[in-house]
Design a protein around this ligand. Structure first.
Ligand SMILES: Cc1cc2nc3c(=O)[nH]c(=O)nc-3n(C[C@H](O)[C@H](O)[C@H](O)COP(=O)(O)OP(=O)(O)OC[C@H]3O[C@@H](n4cnc5c(N)ncnc54)[C@H](O)[C@@H]3O)c2cc1C
Length: 399
């Protein structure tokens, strides 16, 4: 991919009216917290406008046009200039953007996230030449992927078996990666492979082109719209010049990327929970039972109060972790793990109550909260499960 593609706005597309409610939380928006500055607050406002104008109108077709919408979202994010935050690893900006994307479309949020997850290993471990060659392409919309997980190496990536054997001036990759977001549509993939058998530290990261010879993909069907699949490497040759950092640095790069990006997963969870709360408040005011609006019943009021409180606590943990990431503080590892664990688990609990508040409508296909209920689930699993986050936190406490 080279150069910026034509912005879709110059074509005939006319977005339908905005289906997303205005973002107006009682007591002020998330970006008012002191972890954000005025420039980020201004950015968050522009992000809301961008999402309402260019993302929300497409979200209704996410289920039926997963790959088309995935590509379209990356194009719109590139043309709007948003991907620079992902490729530069500006975590508070990424978090604010993911919050607003996830309020509208989990697919759009995932597509933004993958540009960051694909780019940050290059930012962390790449040479100046590699950064110059790849980061502008990812910023311009070359679809990116991050390939760590394998069939027998999920929570424990050190169990990976994808082999990278050195042959002259290249490495030959043999094996499989699975549950890889953007498998089949990615143009650039950061791949982690084993460079020596038996040694738990012998892993190396590579930049692999999506159209490499003998690289194949097959899709996996998951509960929420998300392009994902298995990648098969059948003697895929990668030049030594596409190796990231030294032989043996692979897991250091993978973990540094995950630590840095994890707060943004928490941010996406908060965005989904915020939407669920907004939908619930509106529904409880509009829906009458026993001659009164649902909002008049204390049982419902308590649910709304708990949802708002848990969301507010999650937003604070996420903002603090994102601030740690941007200032390069030593507290990042624990703050990132806490924010991801708490925000994703509580977003799930918030959205579950939103479904309850909506009654039968809450489980009706096509309703917003039904979609959110499916969308939020994977966030407690990918980039380290909630249990793995607890291990990270407790390991730091007791070391
Ligand atoms: C939608 C989605 C997108 C994804 N995208 C990507 C991607 O782009 N790139 C990529 O590399 N991977 C990706 N993944 C994979 C994801 O990172 C893994 O699924 C995750 O790390 C868990 O691994 P696993 O599925 O093998 O589960 P397992 O490791 O088999 O874990 C199963 C259960 O056991 C628990 N468990 C495991 N070990 C322990 C322990 N020591 N103590 C307590 N509990 C434990 C886990 O918490 C989990 O509940 C994605 C997954 C999903 C669902």
């Amino acid at each position: 991919m080279s150069g910026r593609r034509e912005p879709y706005r110059t074509q005939s597309f006319k977005p339908p009216p905005d289906p997303i409610p205005a973002y107006a939380p009682a007591g002020g928006g998330w970006e008012e917290l002191p972890f954000f500055d005025d420039a980020l607050r201004a950015m968050a406002k522009k992000a809301q406008e961008f999402v309402a104008r260019e993302i929300a109108p497409l979200a209704a077709t996410d289920e039926t046009a997963v790959e088309d919408n995935a590509r379209e979202y990356v194009l719109r994010l590139a043309n709007g200039g948003w991907l620079k935050h992902a490729v530069r690893g500006e975590i508070r900006a990424c978090a604010l953007l993911r919050y607003h994307l996830a309020r509208a479309s989990a697919l759009a949020d995932a597509m933004f996230a993958m540009q960051g997850l694909g780019a940050i290993p290059i930012l962390v471990g790449g040479t100046e030449a590699q950064k110059k060659a790849w980061l502008p392409k990812i910023e311009d919309g070359a679809i990116a992927a991050f390939a760590l997980t394998e069939e027998n190496a999920g929570s424990d990536p050190a169990g990976m078996q994808l082999k990278a054997a050195k042959v002259d001036d290249f490495f030959r990759l043999d094996g499989e990666k699975t549950f890889i977001s953007n498998a089949g549509i990615a143009e650039v993939i950061t791949v982690f492979a084993r460079t020596a058998p038996g040694d738990r530290d012998a892993f190396t990261a590579f930049i692999v082109k999506g159209d490499s010879k003998r690289l194949k993909s097959r899709p996996i069907d998951v509960i929420s719209p998300h392009p994902i699949g298995t990648l098969t490497f059948d003697s895929v040759d990668v030049k030594d010049s596409e190796r990231l950092s030294g032989v043996g640095d692979g897991l250091r790069i993978a973990f540094a990327t995950l630590d840095r990006f994890r707060p943004t997963v928490g941010a996406a969870a908060c965005g989904m929970a915020r939407r669920a709360l907004e939908e619930s408040v509106a529904r409880t005011k509009a829906r009458q039972q026993f001659g009164k609006p649902l909002a008049a019943f204390q049982g419902i009021q308590f649910m709304l109060a708990d949802m708002a409180t848990e969301l507010s606590a999650a937003e604070m943990l996420v903002a603090r972790a994102a601030w740690e990431a941007d200032r390069g503080g030593n507290g990042l590892k624990v703050a990132a793990a806490m924010s991801k664990r708490f925000a994703t688990d509580h977003a799930h609990a918030v959205i579950d109550r939103a479904v309850q508040i909506h009654g039968g409508l809450g489980v009706t296909r096509g309703s917003i909260v039904e979609r959110l209920y499916r969308d939020v689930r994977a966030l407690r699993i990918y980039e380290g499960t909630s249990e793995i986050q607890r291990l990270v936190i407790s390991r730091e406490l007791t070391k």
